[in-house]
Design a protein around this ligand. Structure first.
Ligand code: KIV
Ligand code: NA
Length: 269
């Protein structure tokens, strides 16, 4: 089967929902690849793998390192690299330089960046120069300091228009799809109905054309989790259980056993 392209994702508008998850490392990417249409190397990597308390400290080199790892594992899904804070906002030229590195140094075939109306010119510049762009509007984690938190958007109708304007602007600029994060269902439904490109929701209801979550969140890696995350597994507990068993068996000398132990050649000792 051939690799999914940005064009293929665009053509999934209004059809079977588009399945997306984040990926940061090779072995997980290989497992995700079988089931997902799109893998996002999210700048959430800074929080999920490095313990940062926001995505602001992530840089392009970190994204490229993880992008390369993901591309080694993913053969079918479209791999999208998040452009990190500070790598694209200054100018469309800066954005292109960063995007060109993100694609040429990893093997990924699209980038994502946060912003609506204010990023439209940049999205147009990139998408007309060989860089498919996944836009990201609604709650934008890189703007946490301006917005003042990670609360949902569009929960009163007077908040709707700027978000609708953002969604229309990124579509008009040539984004192949848009991530819509942290908005009330009626707004998500309205934007999904109005746009001709797929709307991929996170905390944005079932009305969207697809869904994305942070893989570690949906697998139950962390103790706390936001309202919009369903825990499809409890890997945090599974990991802790395995480590506890190992520690107990090492301390009681019940591991390693015979089957884990090398013998001398030609001997049973
Ligand atoms: O960084 C990230 O993981 C994202 C999401 C859309 C999940 O931007
Ligand atoms: Na992100």
């Amino acid at each position: 089967k051939r690799r999914t392209t940005a064009k293929n994702i665009s053509s999934m508008k209004g059809g079977t929902p588009i399945v997306c998850l984040t990926a940061y490392v090779t072995p997980m990417a290989a497992r995700l690849d079988k089931h997902c249409d799109l893998l996002l190397v999210g700048d959430s990597v800074g929080m999920v793998l490095y313990g940062m308390d926001s995505t602001l400290g992530v840089d392009l080199d970190m994204m490229i390192r993880h992008g390369r790892a993901v591309c080694r594992g993913a053969k079918q899904a479209l791999v999208v690299i998040d452009l990190p804070f500070g790598s694209y906002e200054e100018s469309k030229e800066q954005a292109f330089r960063s995007a060109a590195r993100a694609l040429s140094e990893t093997g990924a075939s699209a980038v994502k960046l946060e912003g609506g109306v204010e990023m439209a010119e940049t999205i147009r510049f990139l998408s007309h120069r060989g860089v498919p762009v996944l836009a990201h509007v609604g709650l934008m984690p890189q703007s946490v300091n301006s917005y003042g938190g990670y609360g949902a958007h569009g929960r009163t109708v007077d908040e709707w228009q700027p978000i609708i304007d953002d969604a229309l602007a990124v579509q008009e600029a040539g984004a192949f799809a848009v991530v819509l994060e942290g908005v009330a269902e009626p707004l998500a439904r309205k934007i999904t109905d109005e746009l001709k490109i797929p709307v991929i929701g996170i905390g944005a209801s079932s009305a969207c054309d697809g869904q994305i979550l942070v893989t570690e969140d949906m697998m139950g890696m962390f103790a706390i989790n936001p309202k919009f995350v369903k825990r499809f597994a409890e890997i945090g507990l599974a990991i802790e259980g395995a480590i506890e068993s190992y520690a107990t068996e090492v301390r009681s000398r019940s591991f390693p056993e015979e089957e884990h132990t090398y013998k001398m050649v030609g001997s049973n000792k």
